[in-house]
Design a binder for this molecule. Sequence first.
Ligand code: C5P
Length: 219
Amino acid sequence: QSNSHLKHKRVLISAGGTRERIDSVRYITNDSSGKMGYALAKAAAYAGATVTLVSTIHNLPVPLGVELVTVQSALEMQQAIESRFDQLDVVIMAAAVSDYRPAQSLAYKIKKNSKDDLTELKLVKNPDILAGLGQKKQHQFLVGFAAETSNLEKYALTKLADKHVDMIVANDVSQANIGFNSDDNAVTVLTNTQKSIRLAQAAKPLIAQKLIELISQHI
Ligand code: C5P
């Protein structure tokens, strides 16, 4: 793979579901396993890129040569990515960023029957990290994921335009055997310059390799 356009390029990949703290022992998260992000990191490193993985996941092996930055919340993930953005060539947002976080998060465990007793949780919106990068981007190539249950291509194309990204990887999460938290994936890849490309169901490492190849052809 030494002829890849990604050789010596600086690639940042986000992975996993963010954890939004309620208190010191409780949080809100989602089912993202991080497998797709880790597979992408491995494939990008293999293609010769300098890879940083910004991850909420602790139980997956970090691919050889990949720099790991661990974060928990969407706000931490945003800070980790934005502080590196100027130096990057490619950003792949494979993380499942929580759209909301608790309006306040307490540094101690909330006790039941105390003044903090928690029967209602007030949420506030998290920033859209990818859309923020889309606003700031100069030379960077931005890749987003879109999980949809209907009108896959239509919504993905809207996302491509609205978030100012260069490529959207759309997966149909209405099928239980692919996508979120499974070993396989099947995706449709959309860019501004090309007809959509369908990658049929396969193990995530194989899908990742093909995605990295496609990204390499576009930069
Ligand atoms: O709009 P939607 O959440 O479907 O977009 C998914 C894409 O946007 C993913 O690439 C995800 O990582 C990114 N995203 C983000 N910040 C958010 C929500 C989603 O960067 N708050």
